[in-house]
Design a protein around this ligand. Structure first.
Ligand SMILES: C=C1C[C@]23C[C@@]1(O)CC[C@H]2[C@]1(C)CCC[C@@](C)(C(=O)O)[C@H]1[C@@H]3C(=O)O
Ligand SMILES: O=C(O)CCC(=O)C(=O)O
Ligand SMILES: [Fe+2]
Length: 397
């Protein structure tokens, strides 16, 4: 993104005091793993009908600017890419290259996911989030972990709280065991076994789609077809269920604030309500829900893997007065100790011939970036730049 132009339209990036949590950004406790200074509890069952929302949920006007247009993102047919001849594959790859060098958002259809699995995943969300707060809290995110239930992240942050509840869990693709079934079985006080089966299957299916997309991205960057698939072997991805209750003052708050995903690739299924918005060409654009499609976006880790050639783009989710909105986000992540470095095939071509010039980011590991977003910095508009500064300053000291 052009930072000069966008600074006229977006909130200025937070002033960084690296290594230390930013008091306006991260809750004033020493890290995300400590308890919050605010005593706010997000009980959506009562808050959804409150005529005035608590001030902690009010976002600055620059973050709330209204969207103007729909995004005209391409829709890629995955079956055609998998089975088509060389010219069909080249055409899909060219489309993906063009959109990823611009904003990194596209949709995929014919992805092979059974619609009944998606319905089951949405129904299980409804069942989980409809539970009384005390029951959901049994699955509360343990400080320092990526897994668990969170209400508005009120235990981590003290301002700009997102109007949402989330349930997150990890999906390891090392082929050992059934981690999600085990995770749900470990939540006390409720029989979550069926939910565990649903999300285990859902994540296995999402992992399959993510690997097909990695082949598409490799083809589009003209590097060896399997190089990104291999890069993600043994990784532990993150699955997040986002549940956005109705809000009586939807124009003052956000369901998920403006951010780029720090992860590598996001595969999102949004229900038919709508609310996902992307900032490109100096405007917020909505992504119209498609029942048959998955929304794909490039995250910061893949942007770094492509040496900045592919963009990780700013996006957010808005809420509304009438309907609950649900989204299922699968965040593809490499193995924690994997060094994020562009493939040689890309670097050796330099700046011309579809290459990407000199290195734009130093080597880092996914666990360093994940730790940064969980302990030192709340993922927002400038996570990757802030992370690189933090990394360089911590290695210098
Ligand atoms: C590694 C991650 C951090 C966040 C979850 C995720 O798995 C990918 C996206 C990140 C997030 C959604 C970006 C917006 C702010 C955030 C706090 C949220 O609103 O949920 C972010 C996630 C986080 O839990 O830190
Ligand atoms: O709910 C959505 O549409 C987007 C959520 C999102 O961007 C995220 O969870 O990272
Ligand atoms: Fe996101």
């Amino acid at each position: 993104m052009d930072s000069t132009a966008s600074s006229l339209l977006l909130c200025p990036p937070p002033l960084l005091s690296l290594n230390k949590p930013n008091a306006t950004n991260v809750s004033s406790s020493s890290s995300s793993s400590s308890s919050s200074s605010s005593s706010l509890v997000f009980d959506s069952a009562s808050m959804r009908s409150q005529s005035k929302i608590p001030t902690q949920f009010i976002w600055p006007p620059c973050d709330r600017l209204q969207r103007l247009d729909e995004l005209n993102e391409p829709v890629i047919d995955m079956r055609e890419f998998a089975r088509g001849d060389a010219s069909v594959r080249r055409r899909s790859a060219a489309l993906v290259r063009s959109v990823c060098t611009s904003h990194g958002f596209f949709q995929v259809v014919n992805h092979g996911i059974d619609p009944s699995l998606i319905s089951a995943a949405l129904e299980s969300m409804d069942a989980f989030f409809a539970l009384p707060l005390a029951r959901k809290s049994k699955a509360r995110r343990v400080p320092g972990s990526m897994s668990g239930y969170a209400g508005a992240h009120a235990d981590r942050f003290s301002s700009k709280l997102p109007w949402k509840e989330t349930l997150s869990f990890r999906y390891g693709n090392d082929g050992s065991g059934r981690p999600i079934v085990d995770y749900f079985a470990s939540i006390p006080g409720e029989d979550f076994a069926r939910m565990g089966e649903v999300y285990q299957k859902y994540c296995e299916a999402m992992h399959g789609v993510s690997m097909a997309i990695m082949e598409l991205l490799a083809t589009s960057l003209d590097v060896e077809r399997t190089c990104f698939r291999r890069f993600f072997e043994g990784g532990s991805s993150i699955m997040r269920l986002n549940y956005y209750p109705p809000c009586q003052e939807p124009d003052l708050t956000l369901g998920t604030g403006p951010h780029c995903d720090p992860t590598a690739l996001t595969i999102l299924y949004q229900d038919q309500v709508g609310g996902l918005e992307v900032f490109t060409n100096q405007k917020w654009h909505s992504i119209r829900p498609r029942r048959d499609a998955l929304v794909i976006n490039i995250g910061d880790t893949f942007a770094a893997l492509s040496n900045g050639r592919y963009k990780s783009c700013l996006h957010r989710a808005v809420v509304n007065q009438q309907s609950v909105r649900r989204s299922l986000a699968f965040f593809l992540c490499p193995k924690e100790d994997k060094v994020v470095r562009p493939p040689e095939g890309l670097l050796s071509r330099g700046g011309g011939d579809g290459g990407c010039g000199p290195r734009k980011y130093p080597d880092f590991t996914w666990s360093e970036l994940l730790e940064f977003t969980q302990k030192h910095y709340r993922a927002d508009t400038t996570t990757l730049q802030a992370f690189i500064q933090w990394l360089l300053s911590s290695s210098a000291s």
